[in-house]
Every structure is written in C-alpha cells, then in structure tokens.
Design a protein around this ligand. Structure first.
Ligand SMILES: [Zn+2]
Ligand SMILES: [Zn+2]
Length: 169
C-alpha cells in the first residue's frame, strides 16, 4: 500500500523530500524514496528539445525492482511532451506516473522565484497524476485537483485537493 518516489535524471533532493512529506499527508499512504533512474536519453526528442513521457513510463514499468510497490511516481526536471500537445506537466498509466518540474517554477516564465507556490504546484501535479493511477478521470470542477490543466493558471486555480465527487474513499 505504498507510493514509491523516484528521481529520473538529476532532481534536487530537497524537492523529493518535500513531496514525500506532502504526498503522505495528501493520501495517508506510506511514501518511500527509491533508487532513481538515469537521464532518459532514449526518450529525448532533439527537434522538440523535450522528453517523451510515455517512453519514460514504459521504462519505469519494466524496472523489476519497482514491481513490488503499489504506485510509482517519477520526478523529472526536464520538459515532457506527448505527440499531440506542446508539453505536458505529467502523464500517468495504471501503476506508474511522472511529473516534470520544469514548468512549475515561476522562473520558467521570467517571474520572480516563489518557493511556496512551487511546492503547491508540485504537490498538485503529483496528486493529479497519482489520482489517474487510482482510476480517477478528469473532473469538470476547476477547483478539483483532477481538472485537466495545460497552463499554470489552471494548476494554481485547482490546487491539490479533490472535490467531494473525486475524493478517494
Ligand atoms: Zn490528467
Ligand atoms: Zn473532482
């Protein structure tokens, strides 16, 4: 019944520790930090200068040592994409999910650094992707964490909480 957090490529340990704490509070499940994976060069698209999140999820699923955990969440500090979108904040399968930190920082948009906001965004995207692994689909309530977000405005508006309908029981 636990969630395994792993870094994919280089990720600040501070961010992992903070997410470990926040996710434990959000889901009430044990959250462990596992051995990370190297930078996923196999997923890099030179033309887009982005990493294909689906390819990384596949690699995570194939890792035997992760097999004993209920859910696995990868954290990456590179920009992610799927073919039909300009970018994605994250992607999820049935057991594995990934989120990217790149576009969650104010600095990416030339705005002043805001650590509190960054922390909230990381948790929001992590809860959203893990929500998918627990079978939740997108919600039409813009204040629910399962609302689909393709901009930080949406991410900031919805926040990390489930609406009454989506709340896992
Ligand atoms: Zn989603
Ligand atoms: Zn909802």
């Amino acid at each position: 019944m636990e969630i395994l957090l792993i870094a994919i490529g280089e990720v600040e340990i501070k961010v992992i520790e903070m997410l470990k704490y926040d996710l434990n509070k959000a889901f009430g499940k044990q959250v462990l930090v596992g051995k990370g994976m190297p930078r996923p060069d196999y997923a890099f698209n030179k033309k887009r200068n982005q990493y294909l999140s689906t390819a990384i999820l596949k690699a995570m699923m194939e890792k035997k040592e992760y097999g004993i955990y209920e859910k696995i969440l990868g954290i990456i500090d590179y920009d992610l994409y799927v073919p039909k979108l300009n970018f994605v904040f994250g992607e999820a399968g049935q057991r594995v999910a990934i989120i990217s930190l790149t576009r969650l920082r104010n600095e990416f948009y030339n705005l002043p650094k805001d650590q509190t906001l960054f922390r909230k965004r990381v948790l929001t995207e992590a809860v959203h992707e893990l929500g998918h692994t627990y079978g939740l689909v997108h919600c039409r309530n813009p204040h629910c964490v399962m609302f689909f977000s393709n901009s930080l405005i949406d991410t900031d508006m919805k926040g990390p909480n489930f609406c009454q309908k989506c709340k896992p029981r």
